[in-house]
Design a protein around this ligand. Structure first.
Ligand SMILES: NC(=O)c1ccc[n+]([C@@H]2O[C@H](COP(=O)([O-])OP(=O)(O)OC[C@H]3O[C@@H](n4cnc5c(N)ncnc54)[C@H](OP(=O)(O)O)[C@@H]3O)[C@@H](O)[C@H]2O)c1
Length: 260
């Protein structure tokens, strides 16, 4: 039997306009779904959505929506369902980081990072799940882009930590939240899982100190950073029927980094 990855209806992808999220948007479109991209402010988002639509012959639209704002999220989910058709799945992927030594971090930094990486994931997941419950939809699937940083503290040299305390703690929290949502929503038939990427060549990582990037690449057993598609393929698998018995789980495409 040939395994075929197909998606139906509309998939919501937060942070779906660039980086790992753009690869998820493309892979969802390739699998046959319409795609509602939620983005913050990048000027290329509408153009990227149009390109996906043309390439794969599906409906795709970019919605400017701050995921940390519950009202904005609720309105956007309603608009996406009306304009693109029934929402069947969510990739809650938007994420941000603030890199500073712990003693310099502020409450503002905390709210920025946890507002997107934890509350933002919750806002979008709650909006789609409430919608599914109201409509009697039983097959909702959610995948959250967490990070291998959920379990480790990253380094930039031997015993030299990268100072991103709120980022790593927000990823630990969101991986735990995935288990809680999976537990609560199993009764409705919804599945909730996490992808925990290792290093990936995106804007979040590019532009760093070349010596640090070289150290990090050498620390990965596979000897390189991942490409965006190597993260999105795991996410789209978890959204598909091929993963119909998987919930509350995590897939960690990290090139073996957390083996040690
Ligand atoms: N790159 C890595 O090595 C790596 C490793 C582990 C985990 N991850 C995780 O993977 C996910 C994607 O990361 P990436 O590297 O692809 O990041 P990226 O290239 O920096 O893109 C971040 C995305 O999040 C969106 N975003 C940020 N704040 C938002 C907000 N308030 N509301 C809505 N959207 C918002 C951005 O929208 P705009 O384009 O409009 O700014 C953008 O689409 C994140 O959750 C990240 O933590 C990345």
């Amino acid at each position: 039997m040939v395994m075929e990855l197909k998606l139906e209806g509309t998939v919501v992808v937060s942070g779906g306009d660039r980086g790992i999220g753009l690869a998820i948007s493309r892979d969802c479109a390739k699998a046959g779904a319409n795609v509602a991209i939620l983005y913050h402010s990048h000027p290329d988002a509408p153009k990227n959505a149009d390109e996906i639509s043309k390439e794969f012959g599906v409906k795709t639209k970019a919605y400017q929506c701050d995921v940390s704002d519950e009202n904005a999220v609720n309105q956007t989910i309603l608009a996406a369902e009306k304009e693109l058709g029934s929402i069947t799945a969510l990739a809650a992927n938007a994420g941000v980081s603030v890199a500073k030594p712990a003693v310099e971090l502020t409450s503002e930094d905390f709210h920025k990072v946890f507002g997107v990486n934890l509350l933002g994931v919750f806002n979008v997941a709650k909006a789609v799940a409430r919608h599914w419950i109201q409509n009697g939809y039983k097959k909702g699937a959610v995948v959250v882009t967490s990070s291998m940083s959920a379990d480790i503290y990253n380094s930039q040299g031997l015993n030299e930590p990268i100072t991103q305390l709120f980022y790593n703690s927000s990823k630990g929290a969101v991986t735990n939240m995935v288990k809680g949502l999976a537990a609560e929503w199993a009764q409705h038939g919804f599945r909730v899982n996490a992808v925990e990427p290792g290093y990936c060549d995106t804007d979040m990582v590019k532009g760093g100190d070349p010596k640090v990037l070289d150290f990090q690449k050498k620390s990965v057993p596979l000897g390189r950073f991942s490409e965006n598609y190597e993260q999105s393929s795991a996410a789209v698998f978890l959204l598909s029927d091929l993963a119909s018995y998987i919930t509350g789980s995590r897939i960690r495409p990290d090139g073996g980094f957390t083996v040690y």
